[in-house]
Write a protein that binds this ligand. Structure first.
Ligand SMILES: [Zn+2]
Length: 149
């Protein structure tokens, strides 16, 4: 349900899995095994996870900024900072490696190369990230987020 939030948490550098295919029992088992916190809007799932002592954040807000504020307050995290060094791939949750501009040349849309010198590549799926795409949009989001923390 919160796939967009999972993607934003990855951009912010947090190891975040999401699945719409797993049922509640599977999710709780996975969280238990991997020592993860479940983030959900589902009241029943929250209730069941609490019974099993799995860490849970029950999100009730409807917009993404408010949702992340709830998550941040629960995790007792400090204010967000965006840097390519911490960002994870939004597709596969792997870490990004900085790459040279010339390694990115063939793989980014026209115009991007003139705008930035900073590129990262996913260590697993080879997706390319650069300042100005994901990261600039996220910066605006994080400014709004930080105002509320
Ligand atoms: Zn990836």
């Amino acid at each position: 349900m919160l796939g967009n939030i999972a993607k934003k948490l990855r951009l912010l550098g947090y190891d975040s899995e999401f699945s719409s295919k797993m049922n509640d029992d599977e999710l709780i088992l996975k969280a238990e095994k991997e020592n993860r916190t479940i983030i959900t809007k589902d009241e029943l799932l929250s209730h069941q996870a609490r019974k099993k002592n799995v860490q849970i954040i029950h999100v009730t807000a409807n917009n993404e900024v408010e949702q992340l504020v709830q998550i941040y307050k629960n995790l007792e995290l400090t204010k967000s900072v965006i840097s390519g060094a911490k960002t994870r791939c939004t597709i596969c949750n792997s870490q990004l490696d900085p790459i040279d501009k010339n390694q990115a040349t063939a793989k980014v849309p026209d115009g991007v190369l003139e705008q930035t010198d900073h590129f990262w590549k996913c260590s697993e799926c080879d997706r390319i990230y650069w300042e100005g795409s994901h990261i600039k949009n996220l910066q605006k989001f994080v400014i709004r987020l930080n105002e509320k923390l």
